[in-house]
Design a protein around this ligand. Structure first.
Ligand SMILES: NC(=O)c1ccc[n+]([C@@H]2O[C@H](COP(=O)([O-])OP(=O)(O)OC[C@H]3O[C@@H](n4cnc5c(N)ncnc54)[C@H](OP(=O)(O)O)[C@@H]3O)[C@@H](O)[C@H]2O)c1
Length: 231
């Protein structure tokens, strides 16, 4: 396990799924971790803060309080996303799906000036960004924007590094389904993938940890998707 002792990490969306798994790995590696999201939370050995990534005033106050921090991870989904055929889609739903991008943009813009020069940022896109299928236009457009933002901002925020992880179909609390319905959803959704199962939050978080730790990687995206985009 990487030794993160002496490092301070802020993990937004760090209270569930992929963000929570990243929070726990950083904590277990010895980092001081602040996990933020809108809910109240209690995570052993972690400072929980209630913050909405769309609230720039609250985000600024958080970053100022932790001035000199090392790692920024943002896994916040931002809010509900629109799914389904574009021509039948509620356009407000499409627009609202971009809350994830604005939350990421807010955190990089407001957070990076408070980071150490050896610091690193990790954001999450998603396989619909480059697996162009019907019904995934809103999340695909948002994911594509997140990836462009990562590539483009890397040039501007250096020496702080920024990278992304593109998760495939991952079994997290993002899906509210239960029991057999949940099993069927993940089995059907991954049936055509090279590795035909849903991934785990820990498998995705491990890529985020690699990107934080490896000092020679910036401006890129790591796919953790069971081969979803190459099918
Ligand atoms: N799971 C998948 O299959 C999958 C696939 C592709 C991409 N991804 C991407 O991976 C990332 C993590 O997803 P996940 O599956 O781990 O989701 P998740 O389990 O639903 O967790 C989302 C986290 O974001 C927080 N959040 C949402 N809106 C927020 C806001 N406005 N302000 C602050 N925090 C907010 C949530 O907490 P609160 O509700 O308390 O705020 C929660 O901690 C997301 O970017 C997602 O789009 C996931």
């Amino acid at each position: 396990m990487t030794d993160f002792s002496g490092k301070k990490a802020i993990v937004l969306g760090g209270t569930s799924g992929i963000g929570l798994a990243t929070t726990e790995m950083l904590r277990d590696g010895g980092a001081e971790v602040i996990a933020g999201s809108r809910r109240e939370c209690e995570i052993e050995g972690v400072e929980c803060v209630q913050v909405d990534v769309l609230d720039r005033t609250a985000l600024s106050a958080l970053f100022e309080k932790h001035n000199g921090f090392d790692y920024l991870v943002n896994a916040a989904t931002g809010g509900p996303r629109a799914i389904g055929p574009f021509l039948e889609m509620d356009l407000q739903g499409y627009q609202n799906s971009f809350a994830k991008l604005w939350g990421y943009v807010n955190s990089v813009r407001l957070g990076v000036p408070h980071m150490t020069p050896t610091g690193a940022v990790v954001l999450f896109s998603g396989y619909p960004a480059r697996k162009w299928r019907a019904g995934a236009i809103a999340i695909g457009s948002v994911g594509g924007s997140v990836e462009a933002f990562i590539h483009l901002s890397a040039n501007e925020i250096k020496p702080v590094r920024i990278n992304g992880v593109s998760p495939g179909l991952i079994d997290t609390p993002m899906s509210p389904l239960k029991g057999d319905e949940r099993k069927d959803y993940y089995a059907k959704g991954s049936a055509e993938h090279l590795i035909p199962r849903a991934g785990t939050a820990e498998e995705v978080a491990a890529a985020a940890i690699f990107l934080l730790e490896n000092q020679f990687v910036t401006g890129t995206i790591v796919d953790v998707d069971g081969g979803a985009i190459v099918t």
